[in-house]
Ligand binder design. Structure first.
Ligand SMILES: [Cu+2]
Length: 340
């Protein structure tokens, strides 16, 4: 039976187009990190490239679909109509539809090369700083080699600064990605990569590991905090301090317990113990937003859950269930949350 275009086909086409447009609109909206809402030099350059290629692709899609729909309607089979003219082997047509796609691909190649080789080169005359981002299964450590301190889960940088990031892996291949600020770069054991970014608006930007690195890969997030130079300086000065001495009796008991328990075998709190151990440095734990790579937000309730049994929260994590009593948990929560 010959195909007849009817009102239902048109409706189905309209619905498909509507769903596609809604999905695109949703993708460009909301709070999750979003490459279409760039807040930094690199991310903007990269999203410009995306829009150019998307524009070219959309144009081609519309032209091809229009020709397609036109021919379906114009040349639809009618009872008794003669067979359409056969055009197989028509040279000018073959040549045209070889040349046009070649031209399109060359245009895409040129804008891509321009972006790769030119636009994303580091701008000159802008102040720079260096941090080391160390990927661990499954959390990020941030070392500030020039300011001499170490933190985790949270990377603070001043606005409008070119930040060089040395990417170091402690175990397997990870990938460092701050969608709002820059594209991803692999973090490979034994092969130290680097990347850089520059942000232009203060704010919080979610970063994530973008290379599957084990069961808790999805809980390997971090937060980039872009601050004014003055706020950043104040934060650095705070991080350079040794841990605050606890004042409440509960927190004092927590410090005592921390120093005497297994915790010191894996975690450092500057002023309590030393080293560069296998878990996050907790000196200023109370000032951070995330617990253990974003598996939980940092609240006293969530910290209590984490300490009760890390394995129930983040199965496979290197922090074992230490079978703490409720009293020990309350003390540790009071102490750790006081470490601003
Ligand atoms: Cu990872």
């Amino acid at each position: 039976m010959p195909f007849h275009l009817n009102a239902n086909h048109v409706k189905m086409g309209a619905i498909a187009l509507g769903v596609t447009l809604c999905a695109l609109a949703l993708g460009a909206w909301g709070t999750p990190p979003n490459i279409l809402q760039p807040h930094g030099y690199l991310a903007k350059t990269e999203s410009n490239l995306f829009w150019i290629i998307f524009g070219i692709a959309t144009f081609i899609f519309v032209v091809v679909m229009a020709a397609f729909i036109y021919s379906i309607i114009r040349f639809r089979a009618r009872p008794g109509a003669p067979a359409p003219r056969q055009i197989h082997g028509l040279n000018w047509l073959e040549i045209t539809w070889t040349i046009i796609p070649t031209g399109v691909l060359v245009a895409v190649l040129i804008v891509t090369l321009y972006t790769l080789l030119g636009a994303i080169q580091q701008p000159t005359g802008v102040p720079t700083m260096t941090v080391n981002a160390v990927g661990h299964q499954w959390w990020w450590e941030f070392q500030y080699p020039d300011q001499h301190f170490v933190t985790a889960d949270e990377l603070h940088v001043p606005v409008n600064m070119v930040v060089h990031v040395n990417l170091i892996s402690h175990d397997v291949i990870h990938s460092f990605w701050i969608p709002d600020l820059a594209g991803k770069t692999d973090v490979i054991p034994g092969h130290d990569n680097t990347m850089w970014f520059k942000s232009d608006t203060p704010g919080y930007y979610r970063g994530e590991c973008a290379e599957f690195c084990g069961t808790q890969h999805a809980h390997m997030d971090f937060e980039v905090v872009v601050q004014s130079q003055a706020d950043y300086n104040a934060w650095v000065a705070g991080q350079q301090q040794t841990a605050a001495k606890p004042t409440s009796p509960l927190a004092i008991a927590g410090e005592k317990y921390f120093a005497s328990a297994a915790c010191v075998g894996c975690h450092v709190i500057n002023g309590v113990n030393t080293g560069n151990l296998i878990g996050p440095n907790l000196t200023h734990f109370g000032s951070r937003q995330l617990i253990a790579g974003g598996v939980l937000d940092n609240t006293p309730q969530n910290l209590a859950l984490w300490l009760k049994n890390p394995q129930a929260i983040k199965d496979g994590s290197d922090m074992p269930n230490l079978h703490l009593t409720q009293q020990q948990i309350d003390e540790l929560v009071a102490y750790l949350e006081s470490l601003k």
